[in-house]
Write a protein that binds this ligand. Structure first.
Ligand code: FIX
Ligand code: ZN
Length: 419
């Protein structure tokens, strides 16, 4: 078939955009990965890839084993079961299954052999330091944001002892425990030397929580403070969570120029027997976000929403508030079908003033597939937009496309954090 001139130039524009998007370094602004100084907290390798909680949820669609029996098995045995059910007994078409194969393939491993012992052998011969570099190179990731919780008993002592930072890993202060489990958290803060009172807390308690937040933001060098909130969260409301936000977290963020990152719409423990894999999704009342952005114009809010139904409203709110920056296709929305939809929606309503994706990787190697898959979708969406501009007579230059992609891949986020 003959290609017309217009088609040929559309194809060459699409190739140029793809070339730029596939090779641009990206800042991964939310993961559950750790600086290698945290040793075994940084997960990597084939067994960790297989027991990822996304795959655990999927394997129980086929297994009839009791939940407790599965959890009592050693990790390699759980991984065997997942491999057997999700890769051998059924084709691995889900996004999380496909991701394992994309990762292995990018690492140069032959997936068609379906040889789990050989894969294990290969991973056993890797050293963590080189492997971090390799994964980051293959993913094109230049910086990884961690999720750092002072309430995590394995993580806290490492910070307290101190260590030499790997500057590829940046910190984010995670405070779900503070905001959502006050009856347990207050006594812990008291034990750590902060003079907090339980029950109905007086002013002093909030000042002490601010002191705690200031100490930890400084200790870890936090770039933002983060919480995930349930789908039924309301603001304003007369709850300890909203009081802590208003009287401690927001003033702290203002004092230190830190954004407050909100992840809205999770339903924790929909099925507790699935443990980490048991969380669900609910549609959020985004009036919460409107109230925060309008009520606290001196605060900056990074936001991602879990429900597909909330994506459009988030874009509209973002058009109204400069102190709001949407990011990522979180968790159940991190599937090609929805990444495509959400990215196009955002480009059409917001231009380039958002951060289209974060990996949420819990296992280092996952950054490879999460970024490879998303980059292709972002490239296609952008190519379509530039091509529509060309139809008006506008010609985007390579330098302009590179500038735009840089913004989407971290520069817009960094500017938002700095201002
Ligand atoms: O709250 C979060 O940061 C979530 O991303 C996680 O808790 C969740 O388990 C996850 O891994 C999603 O991708
Ligand atoms: Zn996360």
């Amino acid at each position: 078939m003959e290609t017309t001139l217009a088609e040929a130039s559309r194809n060459s524009l699409a190739r140029q955009v793809e070339d730029i998007v596939l090779s641009a370094p990206v800042t991964d602004i939310h993961t559950h990965l750790y600086d290698p100084a945290f040793k075994e907290l940084l997960l990597w390798g084939i067994d960790e890839l297989l027991v990822y909680h996304y795959l655990v949820a999927e394997v129980f669609r086929y297994l009839d084993m009791p939940y407790d029996k599965f959890w009592s098995l050693p990790k390699t045995r759980q991984a065997d079961l997942i491999w057997e059910q999700l890769f051998l007994q059924h084709s691995p078409v889900s996004e999380a299954c496909r991701g394992v194969l994309t990762t292995l393939n990018a690492l140069g491993l032959d997936v068609k052999k379906r040889d789990l012992p050989a894969l294990r052998k290969w991973f056993a011969s890797q050293s963590v330091d080189n492997y971090i570099t390799r994964c980051m190179e293959l993913a094109g990731v230049r910086k990884i944001f961690m999720t750092n919780s002072p309430f995590d008993d394995l993580e806290r002592p490492v910070w307290e002892k101190g260590f030499r930072r790997d500057d590829r890993f940046a910190a984010a202060l995670r405070i779900d425990q503070l905001l959502l489990a006050w009856p347990d958290t207050a006594p812990r803060l008291a034990r750590w030397g902060y003079k907090v009172e339980f029950g109905v807390p007086p002013r002093k308690t909030f000042d002490e929580v601010r002191r705690f937040l200031a100490d930890w933001s400084k200790r870890i060098g936090a770039h933002y403070v983060m919480v995930s909130l349930p789908a039924d969260f309301q603001f304003p409301a007369k709850t300890i969570t909203t009081q802590l936000i208003e009287k401690a977290v927001l003033p702290h963020c203002r004092d230190h120029g830190l954004p407050f990152a909100l992840m809205l719409g999770v339903k924790r423990a929909t099925n507790p027997q699935l443990r980490l894999a048991g969380d669900g999704v609910g549609s959020s009342n985004l009036a919460v976000l409107q109230n925060l952005c309008a009520g606290f114009p001196e605060n900056k809010f990074l936001t991602t929403v879990l429900a597909r139904e909330n994506q459009h409203e988030l874009c509209v709110l973002t058009r109204k508030f400069r102190n709001l920056h949407p990011f990522g296709c979180w968790w159940f929305t991190n599937v090609p079908y929805l990444i495509d939809e959400i990215t196009r929606l955002r480009l059409e309503l917001l231009g380039l003033s958002f951060t289209p994706q974060h990996s949420d990787a819990r296992v280092l190697d996952q950054i490879i597939y999460k970024w490879q898959h998303s980059r292709r979708i972002i490239a296609q969406a952008l190519a379509d937009k530039y091509s529509a501009l060309v139809q008006t007579g506008w010609q985007p230059s390579r330098a302009e496309i590179e500038r735009d992609v840089k913004d989407l891949f971290g520069a817009a986020f960094e500017r938002f954090c700095q201002h």
